[in-house]
Design a protein around this ligand. Structure first.
Ligand SMILES: Cc1cc2nc3c(=O)[nH]c(=O)nc-3n(C[C@H](O)[C@H](O)[C@H](O)COP(=O)(O)OP(=O)(O)OC[C@H]3O[C@@H](n4cnc5c(N)ncnc54)[C@H](O)[C@@H]3O)c2cc1C
Length: 268
């Protein structure tokens, strides 16, 4: 196990976030030790806004055994979802097509129930193993309370690995579905972001509301409401968490939207 001081901006897709102690755990013994003091779990950092001051808790990242995977067996929570999606397509295994383009770790995807209108990860799970209060627990997806961007996992639990429930289908059919998903994502900005900032309110799209309210293109320092997609806040280069937060506050003065991002550290 390696423990080092890092800047979390180097571990988040938005590219903001201050200092923390990073615990790179490789096996269950490491995980048990790392969780003896207050901690947070870092996946691929693609749904996180981390304060410029960083966080005082240990930040645990899953590697080693937890990043190993076998498509037809156990898949470590530290593995990267895009690799699994591609491998499944290549092997004619269907169920993950709707997750194309989501830059998550498997554990982060389960915790957030990542997905699109083409499908969510919860629909493709056969079994989930998680570490909670010193022990490993295995459950089927029906035992958790999966919903829109939520998993119902107990507070503080760490997803360690999952098994998938994939169906055999001709690769051509899977690839055709993936092309449709890819097409639907075309409007997403390529700049640094953490995906959609706000949850969609029932029956509407947060991006549409932000666009209508005229926020597209609004800037605070290096942070900007994307001109391509109103629900993306992008880092134009060197943005601080404070600048990103200022945009969130500006939007929420007008629109009662709930954040989809997980927020780490202190904000006003
Ligand atoms: C360009 C872009 C496009 C995106 N598109 C989509 C999309 O279409 N649909 C969608 O749903 N999301 C999308 N996202 C958001 C993001 O990819 C998802 O929310 C993803 O599930 C986050 O996974 P992560 O591994 O990066 O988690 P992180 O951002 O690192 O963490 C998110 C949360 O999960 C927790 N967590 C991470 N790993 C574990 C674990 N092993 N056990 C327990 N908790 C854990 C963290 O503590 C944190 O609370 C997008 C993001 C980007 C940057």
């Amino acid at each position: 196990m390696e423990v080092k001081r890092v800047h979390l901006k180097d571990f988040t897709t938005l590219g903001v976030g201050g200092p923390a102690e990073l615990w790179l755990v490789e096996n269950l013994d490491d995980l048990a030790r790392a969780t003896e003091a207050p901690y947070r779990i870092l996946g691929n950092g693609s749904n996180l806004l981390v304060a410029d001051e960083g966080v005082p808790e240990r930040v645990i990242k899953l590697g080693g055994e937890f990043a190993a995977w076998d498509l037809d067996g156990w898949i470590g929570a530290g593995a990267l979802l895009p690799q699994i999606v591609q491998e499944a397509a290549k092997r004619g295994r269907s169920g993950l097509e709707g997750l194309l383009g989501i830059p998550a770790s498997v554990g982060g995807a389960v915790r957030m129930n990542a997905g699109t209108r083409f499908g969510t990860i919860a629909e493709a799970l056969a079994e989930i193993e998680y570490f909670h209060e010193g022990r490993l627990i295995r459950v089927g997806p029906e035992a958790l309370d999966f919903g829109y961007r939520k998993s119902g996992l107990p507070e503080g639990s760490v997803v360690t690995r999952v098994r998938l429930d994939l169906k055999n289908r001709p690769s051509a059919e899977i690839l055709a579905r993936m092309r449709r998903v890819d097409q639907a994502r075309k409007g997403q900005p390529k700049r640094k972001s953490a995906g959609c900032a706000f949850k969609n309110p029932p029956g509407d799209a947060a991006g549409r509301l932000i666009d209508l309210a005229g926020f597209k293109g609004m800037r605070r320092g290096g942070a900007m409401v994307s001109t391509e997609h109103g629900n993306f806040i992008v880092n134009l280069g060197g943005a601080s968490a404070k600048e990103v937060w200022a945009l969130i506050e500006e939007i929420r003065k007008t629109l009662p939207l709930e954040l989809e991002w997980e927020v780490w550290g202190r904000f006003p």
